[in-house]
Design a protein around this ligand. Structure first.
Ligand SMILES: Cc1ncc(COP(=O)(O)O)c(C=O)c1O
Length: 445
């Protein structure tokens, strides 16, 4: 076997990684993974407290999916998308079953960003209009148009991006001044009025769709109440626009429902973008699932777009097997139930550690926002700036203590695989407790 140091060196010498200056990359060499654990080349075990990038929902190396991939690979890995294959048809059928009523047909992509790109393209073709309205605090992927669609700062280096994105103010009750002195529902109502005003100013005849994460994700899990989604739907209906929900992160049981938007069962959606949990990361795959109306439009209109790997047979087989795991092991219900344990644990930590300013989320999809002072809400590390030393220490201490998770700005995410047990959840919470005890010294209350 190649020594770990050589693996690291080859990765650094011959490959490029995402989102950081390459010279600062100091990767841990991972050798294998099983269940909720990943193991490095020295045998050190890390609890996967984030399901990697919130995608490995069923945990690592699940035998049912591994077997399905092996069997499909031996039979047929790939044919071009003009052919029919068994796994493609079966996955489409399963998606029609688990997504909300009215969504009936899937176009398969390679991942999340191109699912969003294709959803926007389809909305523009369907409506004959150009503009897509999105939230500032959202992330929709890193290809060019999706990067513009996501309003969070990851887009800034690629500005000005595509010209047909219009950004909307955020239902961020913890910090948006609109919510001061108002209940979240009242704040959402005001925000919805502002959004309608924006549609009018942009010209409804130019507005194709509103694109929202089904449940807010990596920008910080800033989720509005039902009022916001209900009003967004009403605005779409009133002005002939489509409602697209991006469930790339919030889909497949993450929030204790099949999809984030399922928390608002009365809100009908026209298109849904999927990826991540669709195969739990075992093989890259994404999808746009569209309503009967949108699907029938494309019966007689050309879909101007395509991908070599659309409907990849191996990826679709992985998708079918992954959905079988969600169903056979009741993982959606498990996420709902264990989500309550996680929330209670995080709320207990918030009582103990003054640095926790806010706890947000539902199911196994939570974040804590760390602050220097609960009154002023000054973040422990400023938004969209390099980590402060205390935050850097926190991120390192979590890893050193065997907890691998997403730490961004002043936020620590808790989004473990849905197969986690209550005992493992408590072990993870204990590590958080230990690390936050050190961070409390930086509280300035
Ligand atoms: C909500 C959302 N949409 C889209 C994407 C992009 O997905 P991908 O990285 O597979 O392109 C992400 C990735 O984190 C996401 O969280």
């Amino acid at each position: 076997m190649i020594p770990a140091a050589e693996t690291i060196q080859k990765n650094k010498d011959f490959t490029i990684t995402s989102w950081i200056a390459q010279g600062t990359w100091n990767p841990i060499p991972i050798e294998r993974a099983e269940g909720i654990y990943i193991y490095d080349a020295n045998g050190k075990r890390y609890m996967d407290w984030s399901s990697q990038l919130v995608n490995v929902n069923i945990g690592h190396s699940h035998p049912h999916v591994v077997k399905a991939i092996q069997e499909q690979a031996a039979k047929l890995c790939y044919v071009d998308p003009s052919f029919a294959t068994e796994p493609r048809g079966r996955l489409g059928e399963l998606l029609a079953e688990v997504t909300p009523g009215g969504l009936s047909k899937a176009f398969f992509t390679n991942g999340g960003t191109d699912a969003v790109e294709n959803a926007m393209k389809m909305a523009r073709l369907y409506t004959g209009r150009q503009k897509i309205l999105t939230r500032y605090k959202s992330y929709h992927g890193a290809t060019f148009a999706s990067m513009s669609a996501g309003g969070d700062p990851r887009r800034l280096a690629n500005e000005p991006g595509v010209p047909w994105i219009v950004r909307l103010p955020d239902p961020y009750a913890y910090r948006n001044p609109v919510y001061r002195g108002r209940t979240p529902e009242e704040g959402d109502q005001v925000l919805a009025e502002m959004i309608e005003d924006i549609v009018l100013m942009e010209g409804p005849e130019n507005c194709a769709a509103i694109l929202l994460e089904g449940y807010s994700g990596s920008s910080g899990i800033m989720q509005p109440t039902e009022v916001f989604y209900t009003r967004a739907r009403e605005i779409c209906d009133k002005y002939g626009m489509l409602l697209i929900v991006d469930e790339v992160m919030s889909g497949f049981g993450r929030t204790g429902k099949w999809f984030g938007i399922d928390h608002y069962p009365d809100v009908k959606v026209d298109m849904m973008a999927l990826a991540k949990g669709i195969t739990s990361g075992y093989v890259p795959l994404g999808a746009v699932v569209v309503s009967d109306e949108v699907a029938s439009f494309f019966d007689s209109h050309v879909l101007h777009g395509g991908l070599t790997y659309s409907s990849h047979a191996l990826a679709c087989a992985a998708g079918v097997a992954t959905i079988e795991v969600y169903q056979n092991e009741n993982l959606v219900e498990r996420s709902r139930d264990l989500g309550k344990v996680l929330r209670r644990g995080l709320m207990d930590l918030a009582e103990k550690h003054p640095v926790i300013g806010d706890v947000r989320g539902v199911g196994l999809h939570h974040v804590v926002e760390l602050v220097k002072n609960r009154e002023t809400r000054e973040p422990m590390s400023p938004f969209n700036k390099p980590f402060t030393d205390p935050m850097k220490q926190t991120a390192k201490a979590l890893k050193d203590n065997g907890l691998s998770t997403m730490v961004r700005w002043n936020m620590v995410f808790s989004t473990p695989p849905l197969i986690i047990t209550e005992q493992q959840l408590n072990e993870g919470l204990q590590i958080l407790d230990h690390v936050l005890t050190d961070l409390d010294q930086y509280y300035e209350g």
